[in-house]
Design a protein around this ligand. Structure first.
Ligand SMILES: [Zn+2]
Length: 327
């Protein structure tokens, strides 16, 4: 589902980067004017557009454009799902929406969870239109500044002017009507402590956030794998026509759910084996990854990050504390 176009855009961005320095403090500042996301909207269902990110990790060459966001034209305006990794991305997204569906008011912006690639474009939207479950808002308020600092370190000038803006509306209903369109709202967790899923009841498109990845390795910095697996089972049961995963191509067959579940099951089992054999974290990082996951973007990088995220808790779970009794 990835066309050749995004890769040529990425090559162009890398050439821009190489021709202007890396943007780090050591090399001097990059020319802020030359950075542009060049976003592209793909109509995945009637009046529903996805803006696909690269199946990569945050790096200067992609400006953090690694995430899927979406916008929908409803009868009375526009609904947006997630806002990208920076203020600059948010501005590019707004311009793309205006080019695609000119003159429409943005009525609602949903944030699926508090990871920075999904909400740091919020500041270009009206806060009273941005909505998420209270737990997502709490997570943004608790961790948003730290995420932003980290992306400034990773992405340099791409992040210029980016500030944390939490949603102004806390959701708890299981559905809401926005501009003449009904949306079903699902409150799940597992990828993080609050993962919000939205279904457009008219088109049947399910916006899964990062509970589902496709052809891109799942990320686990806040993962609870049993909860995540249960959430995927819940998503499997939901009536839908298409899934837009948080990362990867849009998915008519539910492959993102089975692929993510398969990967998480292997990851958990593999790390439990590693702990059981007494491996160190470094040894666990060197373990082979099954060939069936070879097509997942950045799989080795994400696997190594997952070792860091998950290994200590598994050691605590699997190693029993031995009381030493002294005579
Ligand atoms: Zn995420």
């Amino acid at each position: 589902m990835q066309s050749a176009a995004p890769f040529s855009r990425r090559r162009r961005q890398i050439l821009q980067w190489l021709s202007t320095g890396c943007g780090c403090a050591m090399c001097g500042s990059i020319d802020a004017q030359i950075l542009g996301y060049d976003l592209y909207a793909t109509e995945i269902a009637s009046k529903t557009w996805a803006v696909h990110g690269q199946p990569e990790y945050f790096e200067i060459g992609n400006g953090g454009n690694i995430v899927n966001v979406a916008f929908i034209e409803v009868p009375d305006g526009i609904v947006v799902i997630d806002t990208g990794p920076s203020k600059r991305y948010g501005e590019a997204l707004l311009a793309l929406i205006e080019r695609t569906v000119p003159g429409k008011e943005i009525l609602r912006v949903y944030n699926t969870h508090h990871h920075p690639d999904h909400f740091l474009g919020n500041q270009v939207f009206q806060p009273e239109t941005i909505a998420a479950p209270q737990k997502v808002i709490d997570n943004i308020n608790a961790e948003g500044d730290g995420f932003t600092d980290n992306l400034y370190r990773l992405l340099g000038d791409w992040m210029r002017g980016t500030l944390v803006v939490a949603p102004g509306v806390a959701l708890e209903a299981t559905s809401e009507e926005v501009g003449g369109r009904n949306f079903s709202l699902f409150y799940l967790d597992g990828h993080t402590s609050a993962d919000f899923v939205i279904r457009d009841d008219e088109t049947g498109v399910l916006f899964s956030g990062d509970l589902a990845f496709l052809y891109r390795a799942p990320t686990t910095p806040h993962a609870n794998i049993p909860r995540w697996t249960a959430a995927i089972e819940t998503l499997t049961e939901i009536d839908r026509d298409l899934i837009l995963p948080g990362h990867g191509p849009s998915d008519p067959k539910g492959e993102s759910l089975s692929q993510t579940s398969d990967y998480l099951s292997w990851l958990d089992g593999n790390l439990r084996d590693a702990v059981g054999q007494g491996f160190t974290m470094n040894e666990a990082m060197l373990m082979p990854i099954p060939k069936r996951f070879a097509g997942l973007g950045v799989v080795r990088t994400e696997y190594e990050r997952s070792v860091v995220h998950l290994f200590q808790d598994l050691e605590d779970e699997l190693f029993q504390v031995i009381d030493v009794v002294r005579d």
